[in-house]
Design a protein around this ligand. Structure first.
Ligand SMILES: *Cc1c(COP(=O)(O)O)cnc(C)c1O
Length: 403
């Protein structure tokens, strides 16, 4: 059966709760219960599935010095326990490869620390700022670009000086867009998040607010009607979620995303291109189609940053270009994310596009379409004043002789 012929309900499955089958619905659907029962140790994880030697070594290394282990019971149920190559498993269970140190890899691959204007506030682009409001997430992605400070295990402390950040934003009128990230801002209580958003909304030059969150994927139970009600009072507020594989879009996540969309919140998705997880056209196509069905616009597809211990996740740039070339023109334009690379060491996001421009001269541009057919677009011709005047008088002459 092709994907398109599968009924919608089956495309967004609800996975079996396995060892949590006895847990009553009201607990399972409670975000606090999910967080309290998060899987944090090798011992716990080993009771729930058979760990490989590589995973044991990876957990040992990572949880002592790199990035904590944490998986919500809900997200754990998405793992195919019989498949050591499961794309869900590889995103949240460390492998020995995390201990490899490539000389080009960096603690701070996007150079955020040097654009930090006060602790927790990154001001890199002219009109927008990034505020790191917490260092906690509902589960930890092994490809985390801020593993240096997220979870509290790595070498750096990521803390926010909120009064200083607000003060900086108040006296920097060119900032019209503030992004809350972390860690995951949706792990803050409704009250705490509301107070930060309220303070930001009092600043007249801030036009839009954004939240980056993987909570709708790791902990969809957190997206309650109360939270959505609070968020909608801060409109225009946009949310970027982080999904990498179509299997992550379950019935539960779809409900969480529907609640956010129904609250009038524009939704985008940021994916990371990950080797052996989502580095194929068919997986990306299925992912972007499912995202649109959840009213989420695929926003960015990131080339994996040069994070310490990420060599097993990184693909070639050509892999990403081929995926974009396979989507553009072949499916809805809305489904095609912008592929970007965050400049190693700093510099910000750089768009990566397949070469649709074949040749550019002063006279014309030669282009290729999605099917590889070539087209020529001539440059507009500059007309001289004499040429325009001559045309005008000849037209006037023509109208005066034929009234
Ligand atoms: C990604 C990013 C932004 C937002 O970039 P957009 O392209 O507007 O989504 C802002 N500040 C920093 C430091 C970023 O890394």
């Amino acid at each position: 059966m092709t994907q398109a012929s599968v009924p919608q309900s089956q495309r967004f499955p609800s996975y079996s709760r396995g060892i949590w089958a006895h847990v009553p619905d009201e607990l399972w659907n409670d975000a606090q219960w999910q967080l309290r029962h998060g899987i944090r140790t090798m011992k716990e994880l080993g009771e729930y599935l058979e760990l490989t030697d590589s995973e044991r070594a990876g957990i040992q290394f990572a949880t002592h010095s790199r990035l904590a282990l944490l998986i919500t019971p809900y997200f754990f149920t998405l793992i195919d326990k019989d498949d050591s190559e499961c794309p869900i498993r590889k995103q949240v269970i460390p492998r020995v490869d995390e201990a490899f140190q490539d000389p080009q890899e960096m603690e701070d691959p996007c150079g955020e620390d040097k654009d930090m204007v006060v602790p927790g506030l990154v001001h890199r682009y002219p009109d927008r700022a990034l505020m790191l409001v917490t260092n906690r997430c509902a589960s930890y992605c092994r490809h985390c670009t801020r593993s240096r400070g997220v979870s509290g295990i790595g070498p750096k402390r990521l803390t926010l000086d909120l009064p200083a950040a607000l003060d900086y934003l108040r006296r920097t009128p060119q900032i019209r867009d503030v992004l809350l990230s972390g860690g995951d801002p949706l792990l803050l209580s409704d009250q705490k998040l509301n107070s930060i958003l309220t303070e930001l909304r009092k600043i007249p030059h801030i036009e839009i607010l954004r939240i980056g969150s993987r909570v709708p994927i790791f902990l969809p139970q957190r997206i309650t009607p109360n939270l959505c009600c609070m968020l909608r009072t801060h409109a225009p507020l946009l949310i970027s979620i982080h999904t990498n594989h179509p299997r992550e879009l379950t019935q539960e996540s779809r409900l969480a995303l529907a609640r956010l969309a129904d609250a009038g919140i524009p939704l985008g998705n940021q994916s990371v291109l990950l080797k052996g997880i989502n580095d194929s056209l068919s997986i990306q196509r299925e992912l972007v189609h499912k995202l649109l069905m959840c009213r989420v616009k695929p926003y960015y597809l990131y080339q994996c940053d040069l994070i310490k211990g990420s060599s097993h996740f990184r693909t070639s740039i050509q892999t990403g270009l081929d995926i974009i070339a396979g989507l553009r023109g072949f499916t809805s334009g809305y489904a095609v994310p912008q592929y970007v690379l965050d400049g190693p060491g700093g510099g910000g996001k750089i768009p990566l596009n397949p070469p649709y421009i074949v040749e550019q001269t002063a006279q014309q541009t030669t282009l290729t379409n999605y099917q590889g057919k070539q087209f020529i677009y001539p440059e507009p011709r500059e007309r001289s004043i004499q040429e325009r005047n001559a045309l005008m008088s000849s037209l006037q002459e023509a109208t005066s002789t034929h009234p």
